[in-house]
Write a protein that binds this ligand. Sequence first.
Ligand code: SF4
Length: 232
Amino acid sequence: MKVNLGGVVPLSTVDWFGVAATVFFLRGCPLRCPHCQNSHLQTGETPEKLSVVNEKIQEAAPFVNAVVLSGGEALMQPSATEEMARFARELSLKVGIETCGYYPDRLADLVEKGLVDKVFLDVKAALRDPEYARATGRENVASRVKESLERCIDQEVSLEVRTTIFPEMPSSGELREIAGYLSRRRIEALVLQQGLPKKNEFEPLSKERLEELASSIEDLIKVSVRAPESLG
Ligand code: SF4
């Protein structure tokens, strides 16, 4: 089996906050988010043997507690994600998956097989078009994301929902909609992440502004802000 592998970060403590993890970036994504930080991973072919990828997991195992499967969209390669998760599990590593929620059945299948300890799911905009299409460059994505959320809730897998905030989206009204939607489904917390520019096309929101936005939805959901420490 081959893995279309875009890259590896041997040690990260920010993808799974507070957990030392090796992050594998799988190439390929069904979405085209305008501010994508990994646009070089949306397409292309850089196949790597699964055995070589598993060696990388094995080499990392003494130094980390977890493997995070990221992308691109890891679930575009369901067999590869399953095999990598299985191998990590054999080494007693936890497995996290960062996903855009486009493949609810594939996500649920991995969870059902007991191969996922934590799901990190991006909710990028109010869960309807045209807002979601604007944020992802694709139509009819919101229903898939809702389905992914519902499946995670039904399966009672540990879930972190994240929304990345750019200057023009999502709007504060959309953010309240997202928070309301999540809280109605008894999802307890939302993480706001600072959206960064690919080059210098906009000024990222300050940590203070992100905290203001967080305060504006605290009546609906527990919310935390993640922004680089350099912003204080
Ligand atoms: S889902 Fe993630 S990897 Fe895919 S286009 Fe959007 S930001 Fe990029």
